[in-house]
Ligand binder design. Structure first.
Ligand code: ZN
Length: 306
């Protein structure tokens, strides 16, 4: 068996207007644009990566912003909510900051002892800030949010499922242990210090999710390059049909749709976002994997201005 997975590597969602997406995640949430590229399966669309200063695994929220995309419907078979980790002492700061920015946010709620601020991004994507006293110092980006209050990376994701059993069994194989539960929510926790929580909310009556702007496309978990082939076999043993190992330039990936309908990715921590750009200038220009460089002119011509 490969070693336990420490947590989430990245989360990828669908957005509409790329400039509005960029402004929200960098100016309002204070994340750093760490990579500006294109969707490798549809190069007419950007792939924007936001994260901490270095784009560490466990911090990158990424988007395919399709200009004019129709809104999707969040529902079963999807990541319902993506959660960011903040220090507990930053909860009041963020409540005020979101209100001042006119963000669609709810009053904080308590969940399993943590203070949680639910809010939506401009496309309606459900997000939460989770305040915890044990939030790691991390490597916050320089930007509009003071370092003490900055988002540290992911806390976790909530999966909405009609039936959670097979996904729970896969998570346990991945190294997530059953944690607290309340109502329809069952928590699973890994050993990492970022992105270490997956909550399953089981609701057979909930509407099925429809892909579109404001919905998550997939959630990626951190694996090592040495063990990626083993993880492919584990997925097959769970009755899933993983892809081959795909080179994504900044990581290598295996994808498999779980029986619950959620697309999981197993992405390597290496080589990371600094493989083709200097740390200090990450995200400042459009970068393409070398196998797309000969198409750069037509790719750039088809992308909207950021
Ligand atoms: Zn991905």
């Amino acid at each position: 068996m490969p070693a336990d997975i420490p947590g989430i590597h990245h989360v990828t969602a669908i957005a509409s207007d790329p400039s509005r997406n960029l402004a929200f995640y960098t100016e309002t949430l204070g994340l750093r644009l760490v990579k500006q590229s294109v969707n490798q399966d549809d190069t007419s669309v950007y792939h924007l990566f936001y994260g901490d200063h270095g784009g560490s695994p466990g911090t990158s929220m990424t988007f395919f912003p399709y200009a004019g995309a129709q809104p999707g419907q969040v529902g079963t078979g999807q990541v319902q909510t993506t959660q960011f980790l903040i220090p507990e002492s930053a909860v009041d700061y963020w409540t005020d900051r979101l209100a001042e920015a006119g963000v669609d946010a709810d009053d904080p709620v308590e969940r399993f002892g943590d203070t949680v601020i639910p809010f939506r991004d401009p496309d309606g994507l459900p997000l939460e800030l989770v305040g915890r006293a044990d939030a790691p110092a991390g490597d916050p980006p320089e930007g509009p949010v003071p370092e003490d209050h900055a988002i540290r990376g992911f806390f976790g994701v909530t999966l909405s499922l009609t039936e959670g059993g097979s996904t729970a069994s896969l998570l346990e194989t991945m190294g997530f242990r059953e944690g607290e539960s309340k109502g329809h929510r069952q928590r699973y926790e890994a050993d990492g210090d970022l992105g270490y929580v997956v909550d399953i909310v089981e609701d057979p009556q909930a509407p099925r999710g429809q892909p579109g702007a404001g919905t998550v496309h997939h959630v990626a978990f951190q694996v090592t390059a040495e063990e990626q082939a083993e993880w492919r076999e584990v997925l097959q043993e769970h009755g899933l049909r993983p892809t081959e190992i795909i080179d994504r330039k900044w990581f290598e990936s295996v994808y498999a749709r779980t029986n619950g309908g959620v697309l999981f990715e197993f992405a390597t921590e290496e080589p990371g976002y600094t493989v083709d750009e200097e740390l200090e200038s990450l995200g400042e220009r459009l970068v393409l994997p070398e196998w797309f460089e000969d198409q750069r002119e037509q790719i750039e011509a088809s992308l909207p201005e950021l």
